[in-house]
Design a protein around this ligand. Structure first.
Ligand code: ADP
Length: 267
């Protein structure tokens, strides 16, 4: 099994990814797709008159502050638009894709971080009523049910709290949890850079191989949202995934190239 995550960053070649998934499906290679939607949520929420608010946690990580209205916009964009249109594209390419989010059938259950400790302009305070979460369980049985019947699951980054609230979850870390739960051999994170760069944005500083032990140091030169990918890689390896590959989603055969070892291979 391979798990592939596609980012919402611009430039990613969705047609090429779908074509690659179709040829993998023809070869009988099972796969699961996880997607994000951060960039598009920013754009649409701004158009709706509710510009995104990003907050930096005391731990240094940045995340979207998700009040109830933001959660609803996030669900509309990721589950409603991005997921449906990805399934449409895959169906057009001949893949029997099945779209769902972590809310469906309690696929992903997350612990809600309803109050987050944030730092803004040097001031520390608690932000409440946040609908984000950290995934704790993924129902591998539900995914196996779909895969065994020949469907390719396409997962939107929403989870359910134990109390039944829908939550916004980070798609990179969701992909890592899914890969761990289904005991995937490989997790491929496709984005708009060639891989992990030692000196971002200098593409000549691409790290082609990183041992798991180097992940902690990688957190120091991964900036912004790249930090979440490094964290996801570490979580996936910890759950028994053999290889995590950060690869370029803008190229002609992005999945094939990643499987051939192009990008940053972490093992
Ligand atoms: P996606 O939406 O595709 O998941 P993100 O925008 O979350 O992508 O993360 C990828 C981005 O991370 C790159 O476009 C790049 O701007 C940024 N980045 C920060 N630090 C690094 C680094 N060290 N190596 C590569 N990319 C980095």
């Amino acid at each position: 099994m391979i798990v592939i995550k596609i980012g919402g960053a611009s430039g990613v070649n969705l047609d090429a990814i779908c074509a690659d998934l179709a040829s993998l499906a023809r070869q009988g290679q099972p796969a699961i797709l996880v997607h994000g939607g951060s960039a598009e949520t920013n754009e649409i929420s701004t158009r709706l008159g509710k510009p995104p608010r990003f907050v930096t946690a005391a731990s240094g990580f940045t995340s979207r502050y998700t009040d109830r209205e933001t959660l609803e916009i996030f669900a509309m964009v990721t589950s409603g638009k991005i997921n449906t249109l990805l399934v449409e594209k895959l169906q057009k390419a001949g893949v029997n894709a099945f779209g769902l989010s972590g809310v469906d059938g309690r696929l992903m259950v997350a612990r809600r971080k309803d109050a987050i400790r944030v730092v803004e302009n040097g001031r520390k305070f608690m932000l409440r009523d946040d609908y984000t979460g950290k995934i704790e369980t993924v129902d591998a049985r539900l995914l196996a049910l779909l895969v065994e019947q020949g469907y390719l699951p396409v997962i939107a980054p929403l989870a359910l709290s134990p109390e039944g609230d829908a939550l916004n979850v980070d798609a990179d870390r969701a992909a890592a949890m899914v890969a761990g739960a289904v005991k995937a051999e490989k997790l491929i994170l496709l984005t708009n850079v060639p891989g992990l760069l030692r000196q971002f944005p200098d593409e000549s500083t691409l790290i082609s191989h990183l041992p798991a032990a180097g992940l902690e140091q990688a957190l120091t030169f991964a900036e912004g949202r790249m930090k979440k990918k490094v964290l996801g890689a570490s979580e996936a390896l910890g759950l028994g995934v053999r290889e995590v590959i950060f690869a370029d989603g803008r190229v002609e055969n992005p999945v094939q190239a990643a499987l051939a070892g192009k990008g940053t291979v972490i093992s």
